[in-house]
Design a protein around this ligand. Structure first.
Ligand code: SER
Length: 685
């Protein structure tokens, strides 16, 4: 029986026994305690616990699962045997308060022996030591004497808390000549009787309803029904491996089979996860997928392959599994794009990192790679620790993981010291009032401000001398402190006619504007000063900011409405704009965007600056940045009829003030995110 037919036979059988058939839920669970959907019961946890009402008394499905990176983790086993997968399909039938032990066992037995015609002699069953009822049922229904085991084997739960209960498992004999018992008798189905809810203290409370959760691995069933001993010898994997042979240009041999297994397994995990919306990244499930993808590339490299691999194999995955999972084809262009970007980004690092590693290994005195080398591979070449370990494991070596962690912590501390700077010191000044910076939108030079706080060399001081590098907080200021992507103003503080401080940049910590620079005369807390911004720089930043809004509008016009801002830096006459878009822009598209921005500049459209309630802004259709917090009163910047955005930055009053715009570069910064750099004003001219 073909792999894809087994899925159908399973569902058809349970449909004939009154079950509602439902499609697989997403691999991304609606459950903060899990990285991925690790079992068929994950989407039904709420129903099993009694917190949600069941939508049908009997349900059957085939659930996409990933067991990698979390408590349920099979990543390190893949490739070494014929049974482990990071991605697999779990077939399950469910009773939500309907049938219980008798119904579950009777149906399992009928499907295995009545429908699939498996030899009853080749099936063994286990029950929980406490479960008399199931043991007796097996005698009655199948004439089988169950092997009775303890909690470790026959008690099931998805996590430390939640629904759980005793289970009965079915094992199939893969061949009397197989010496290792675990390889000979393979678990093919697990019927869990969800009777209890376990709380954080380990107490068991009977559930309001008695439920059945069963799980059978489709990959194992395929091996069993096709008479092969290795899941990777079933038709689906044979076909995927043929695709690997074509793409890598290498025949599968006994020696390189582990790489074929890893690549085909990882293709399914990466392909399905990204189709379900996971994006490779440096955190959480995104990092698990990145690691799996990089491991696959390493195995491609071991086969002599260079560059993109899984992105080229993805069409074969659609051929094999697209009929059962339409999302694979529906998401094809996006998934292939993301995988290809990720693979391109890592390809050179993989080659160079391997060179570094090959140079280090002969120097080792024992079989342990120093932590700082593993860290360099991680930090400079993007080798996740487990990738380095996987490579070394092939050579009987390991990594000094404690040394790796130490190097990682040291680097984190260094970068914290560099980037955080004095921010935490200012944050500790809880008595300091918010700076009145309402003057920033119409700066004058005659404001009189009082010095409230002076920070010098990591300490708050009452006064400082000429030549000191200081940071100063005032009661009010016309300075724009860096915020919302727009860099802060530079300028001066003066007393009388004399400048007392040159300010390189005004920053912002919460609602306090921090003036950073060098004193040219003594300054003390309580002094009254006249702050003045650098008008020329402000004008350049201001026109760059309005140009950023026009750029966003032009991208949405030329590319599509889905383009979304993901970050920006607005500096004097220059713009850096990050946005979500799945591929590189063509030269024509870049030109069209630039032309459109310049057309809008030439039209000298009026730019309206308005303050209103957030609701009124929404009614106007103002674009807001996703994830950004806005106050009740917001500023809305409207340029002609092309752009309307919520924005606290400074802006020109006519687009003609921008003079000109010129796109310099467009590149990828991570999967699905592009970065444009653009000059404006006299710099563009
Ligand atoms: N939840 C059980 C398992 O994952 C049965 O589906 O094995």
């Amino acid at each position: 029986m073909k792999y894809n037919d087994i899925r159908q036979v399973f569902l058809d059988y349970f449909a004939s026994r009154g079950h509602k058939i439902v499609p697989s839920a997403s691999l991304v669970p609606n459950d903060p305690t899990l990285l991925f959907t690790v079992a068929g019961m994950v989407p039904w946890k709420g129903i099993l616990q009694g917190a949600e009402a069941p939508f049908a008394p009997r349900v059957a499905d085939v659930q996409k699962c990933i067991r990698a990176g979390g408590k349920h983790n099979d990543l390190d086993e893949v490739g070494f045997d014929g049974r482990h997968h990071t991605f697999f399909e779990m077939m399950g039938n469910w009773s939500f308060g309907d049938y219980f032990k008798a119904g579950a066992i009777e149906q399992s037995w009928e499907l295995l022996t009545g429908v699939l015609k498996l030899d009853p002699e080749k099936i063994r069953v286990t029950t929980h030591v406490s479960d008399e009822e199931s043991t007796e049922l097996w005698r009655k229904i199948a004439g089988k004497e169950a092997i009775r085991l303890g909690d470790k084997d026959n008690w099931w739960s998805a996590g430390d808390t939640g629904p759980c209960g005793p289970c009965t498992e079915m094992f199939y004999d893969f061949g009397a000549d197989i010496e290792n018992e675990d390889d000979r008798w393979v678990e093919i189905w697990n019927d869990v009787f969800m009777q209890f809810d376990r709380d954080a203290n380990g107490n068991l409370t009977p559930l309001p309803k008695q439920n059945v959760d069963t799980g059978g691995g489709l990959e194992r069933w395929a091996a069993m029904l096709q008479g092969v001993r290795d899941n990777y010898d079933t038709d689906l994997f044979v076909n995927l491996m043929r695709a690997v042979e074509d793409v890598a240009g290498v025949k599968k041999t006994a020696d390189n089979t582990p790489s074929f297994k890893v690549i085909t397994d990882h293709l399914r995990a990466v392909g399905f996860a990204i189709a379900d919306g996971v994006i490779p990244s440096n955190t959480d499930r995104g990092y698990v997928i990145r690691r799996i993808l990089r491991r696959a590339m390493r195995h491609g490299q071991m086969l002599g392959h260079r560059g993109p691999l899984l992105s080229k194999l993805y069409p074969a995955l659609i051929t094999e599994m697209g009929a059962a999972y339409p999302e694979l084809a529906r998401e094809e262009s996006r998934v292939v794009e993301i995988i290809r970007n990720e693979e391109n980004a890592f390809a050179d690092m993989l080659q160079n990192g391997m060179k570094l590693l090959d140079g280090e290994l002969p120097k080792l005195h024992d079989k342990t790679l120093p932590g700082d080398v593993a860290f360099k591979l991680f930090d400079t070449y993007g080798f996740p620790l487990d990738l380095t370990q996987m490579i070394l494991r092939d050579r009987g070596m390991d990594v000094d993981t404690a040394g790796f962690e130490r190097a990682m912590t040291e680097q984190k501390e260094r970068s914290r010291a560099n980037t955080k700077g004095t921010r935490t010191l200012w944050e500790s000044q809880t008595e300091l009032p918010d700076t009145d910076d309402t003057g920033k939108y119409a700066p004058t030079t005659d404001m009189e401000s009082r010095v409230l706080s002076i920070l010098r060399g990591g300490e708050f001081v009452q006064s400082a001398a000429a030549g000191d590098e200081v940071e100063v907080a005032l009661d009010k200021t016309p300075f724009y402190g860096t915020q919302g992507g727009q860099v802060g103003d530079s300028g001066t503080l003066a007393m009388g006619d004399a400048v007392v401080m040159n300010i390189g940049e005004a920053a912002r910590v919460n609602n306090v504007v921090i003036h950073k620079g060098t004193l040219t005369a003594p300054l003390a807390v309580g002094d009254v000063v006249r702050p003045a911004i650098d008008d020329k720089m402000r004008a350049q930043t201001t026109r760059a900011h309005t140009a950023t809004h026009l750029l966003q509008a032009a991208l949405r016009t030329v590319l599509n409405e889905d383009v979304q801002q993901r970050g920006s830096k607005v500096s004097p006459d220059s713009v850096r704009f990050d946005f979500s878009f799945g591929r590189a822009m063509t030269a024509d598209e870049k030109q069209a965007v630039e032309d459109l921005v310049n057309k809008w500049i030439a039209a000298d459209m009026p730019v309206e600056h308005a303050e209103m309630s957030l609701d009124a802004a929404r009614d106007r259709g103002a674009m807001a940045l996703f994830g950004e917090k806005y106050g009740d009163i917001v500023r809305v910047i409207t340029a002609g009829d092309v752009s309307c955005e919520l924005c606290g930055g400074t802006h020109v009053h006519h687009t003609g003030e921008i003079l000109r715009a010129k796109i310099n570069k467009e590149k990828s910064i991570s999967s699905g995110i592009r970065r444009i750099t653009m000059s404006v004003g006299t710099l563009a001219e």
